[in-house]
Write a protein that binds this ligand. Structure first.
Ligand code: GLV
Ligand code: MN
Ligand code: MN
Length: 420
């Protein structure tokens, strides 16, 4: 039975999710919100307005990570943190990341409305650029907070047009010292992220809440094949050094290796292919493409990555091309903290709901927050398992369940202030 006293204002929350979805560079229902774009900056302004209306304080750091504070009765204690991201990959849906930010705000508002006074502070963190779209690197904000990606690495980032991360973040209004972004281990008591599952397991099991036990290890690499361009009519086939068939060959090898790996659940994706110069009557001179490879077993991920690199070298040699294999990130798998898992499962039970333990095959900022504090995640179902596409959907009821579980988890981890 549901015995907790919280009431979530779902109408308000769903309105806010809908409004946020319109800060986008794609027509609805698609959402495209790329780091530091006008849409991203407008979405951030909207979020801060909501925070102001809720009477909460906020601050941003030098890269736009935004910290929203609900002070606790004992300000010397490390606060409990929650949050996620509001950037969105091209032609995404409305819910990825957003549920964990606006849902966290609703969780705090509902706890306050219920008269709950936390012993520790509660901090909502809106993390900059969880998606890798602009600078090729995902989880930029949480990597920087955890000190995994330091100022030098941030300064070296360039977008596809050659713009430097450091210049773009300053133009976006974030001008502090990059060296001041990292937080010390222990800064937070815990970090708990509410997120849509982005996969089909909860829907298939007809279970409303997923309690995440770990997150798969993920790598992004970019491969460049350099050949010889030229006229599509005049250069005979025997004389060509065309990098595009080489890229196709490698993409097929990537698919085959992941599909047939004995682990059974390895995944690898070629998601970006840039062909230069890109004319129907020119032989390409250069092709650059991405490979994303993941598994919860890091050995499986590493084996596949090594195999792809060997294949790239072999294909380039056979086709007389130059090749470059650049690993952008190769992150460890994460295990969620048993205490946080216990707090979340306790909250699910208190909310009168059922849960399933599962591993996240998507990556999340929680991977990097886990470097500085104990972490956990709460999943809600995604219809059809859809994500990173406009059809992404979780119902108001499912979102309400997630917010309730998050609120009860935060209350448990923050503790109740002693009566005055
Ligand atoms: C996050 O969006 C991921 O690619 O898993
Ligand atoms: Mn995403
Ligand atoms: Mn996400």
């Amino acid at each position: 039975m549901n015995t907790h006293p919280l009431s979530i204002n779902l109408d308000r929350l769903m309105d806010e999710i809908e409004t946020l979805s319109h800060f986008s560079d794609a027509p609805p229902p698609a959402v495209t919100r790329i780091l530091y774009s006008e849409a991203d900056l407008a979405a951030r302004t909207f979020l801060r307005q909501l925070v102001d209306e809720a009477g909460l304080d906020w601050r941003t750091d030098a890269i736009g990570n935004t910290f929203i504070r609900w002070p606790g009765a004992e300000p010397d204690l490390p606060p409990v943190a929650t949050g996620s991201h509001i950037d969105a990959v091209p032609f995404a849906g409305k819910y990825d990341g957003v549920v964990g930010v606006l849902g966290a705000l609703e969780a705090v508002r509902s706890l306050r409305a219920a008269g709950f006074r936390p012993r520790r502070g509660v901090e909502i963190v809106m993390l900059t650029a969880e998606e890798p779209t602009r600078f090729g690197l995902g989880c930029v904000g949480s990597r920087a907070l955890a000190g995994v990606t330091g100022p030098e690495a941030l300064v070296a980032l360039r977008d596809a047009t050659g713009l430097a991360f450091d210049d773009v973040r300053r133009s976006a209004g974030f001008s502090g010292e990059l060296a001041g972004v990292a937080l010390n281990p222990g800064h937070y008591r815990a970090f708990v992220e509410l997120h849509v599952e982005q996969g089909p397991e909860l829907e298939r099991a007809a279970v409303p809440i997923g309690v995440v036990t770990g997150i798969a290890a993920s790598t992004t690499a970019f491969v460049t094949f350099q050949g010889d361009g030229g006229h599509a009519g005049t250069v005979l086939m025997s004389l060509r050094r065309d990098p595009l068939p080489a890229a196709c060959e490698l993409a097929l090898a990537v698919e085959a290796a992941a599909r047939t790996h004995p682990a059974g659940d390895a995944v690898a994706t070629v998601g970006i292919v840039e062909v230069h110069p890109g004319a129907s009557n020119s032989i390409p001179s250069q092709v650059r493409f991405s490979i994303d490879v993941r598994n919860q077993d890091m050995q499986v991920r590493d084996q596949l990555l090594q195999h792809f690199q060997t294949m790239a070298e072999e294909i380039a040699a056979r086709r007389q091309l130059e090749q470059r294999f650049q690993v952008v990130n190769s992150d460890h798998a994460l295990r969620c903290d048993p205490q946080i898992i216990e707090a979340v499962t306790g909250a699910v039970v208190a909310a009168g709901l059922r849960y399933k333990l599962l591993v996240s095959r998507a990556y999340h900022d929680t991977v990097f927050m886990g470097q500085i504090c104990p972490v956990g995640m709460i999943f809600i179902p995604s219809r059809g398992g859809y994500s990173h596409r406009p059809e992404e959907y979780s119902s108001p009821e499912e979102i309400g369940n997630g917010v309730t579980v998050l609120a009860l988890t935060l209350a448990e981890l923050a503790g109740r202030a002693a009566s005055p």
